[in-house]
Design a protein around this ligand. Structure first.
Ligand code: SF4
Ligand code: SF4
Length: 119
């Protein structure tokens, strides 16, 4: 079975451009939406994302909406704990495909790490 994990040198989900995420207001509270929008840099990437190191500068203090954790997913997306794994994999695949493309090294690394068969 494929098991979700975050892979290093990806960062696809740290591209926060709101136009790419039209349903933000459906799962973030008004305060969280304000926080989210405050993090969007002029190029659409999160201000906390170090693009050369490809990592979060505030990883341990990252906001709730950045965390792939069972209780967060239940609260934000109404996803039950047993659905978390598949839902998280689908989210990553979508972000990585949008950002880097379906044939990208990032997609291959994610598929390999998670154990998803490549298309
Ligand atoms: S898209 Fe997935 S694998 Fe890539 S940085 Fe985000 S959580 Fe990690
Ligand atoms: S706070 Fe960190 S994990 Fe969250 S989007 Fe920004 S760089 Fe990514």
């Amino acid at each position: 079975m494929a098991t979700w994990q975050c892979v290093k040198n990806c960062g696809a989900c740290c591209y926060l451009e709101p136009k790419e995420r039209p349903e933000l207001d459906q799962y973030l509270s008004p305060e969280e939406l304000k926080h989210y929008l405050s993090l969007v840099g002029p190029d659409g990437w999160c201000l906390n994302y170090d693009r050369s190191a490809r990592e979060c500068r505030i990883y341990d203090e990252r906001p709730r909406f950045c965390r792939v954790e069972a209780d967060v997913f239940v609260e934000l997306y109404d996803i039950e704990a047993e659905e978390l794994n598949d839902f998280a994999i689908d989210c990553c695949v979508q972000h990585i495909e949008d950002m880097y493309g379906p044939e990208s090294p990032e997609m291959n690394r994610f598929n390999q790490a998670v154990g998803v068969e490549a298309n």
